[in-house]
Design a protein around this ligand. Structure first.
Ligand SMILES: [Zn+2]
Length: 62
C-alpha cells in the first residue's frame, strides 16, 4: 500500500502493522489482505469507519 485508497495521494504514514494515515485527506485506513477499511478522524480524536463507496459519494457532493 503506497497510495491512499481514498484520495490516491502518496503522502501516507504508517501508524501500525497494517494501519496507515493519509496526510492528503486526513483519513486513517487499515489494510487486511485485499480489504481496506477507512476511518475518519473526528475532532475529538475518535475514529468513524466508513466505506470507500460512501467516501466517493461524499466527495461528489462537495
Ligand atoms: Zn487520502
Amino acid at each position: 500500500m503506497t497510495r491512499c485508497p481514498n484520495c490516491n495521494c502518496r503522502d501516507i504514514g504508517k501508524i501500525g502493522t497494517s494501519q496507515f494515515y493519509c496526510w492528503g485527506c486526513f483519513v486513517e485506513f487499515s489494510v487486511t489482505g485485499e480489504k481496506v477499511k477507512l476511518f475518519q478522524v473526528e475532532e475529538d480524536g475518535s475514529l468513524v469507519a466508513y466505506t470507500a463507496e460512501e467516501a466517493a459519494i461524499a466527495s461528489t457532493n462537495i
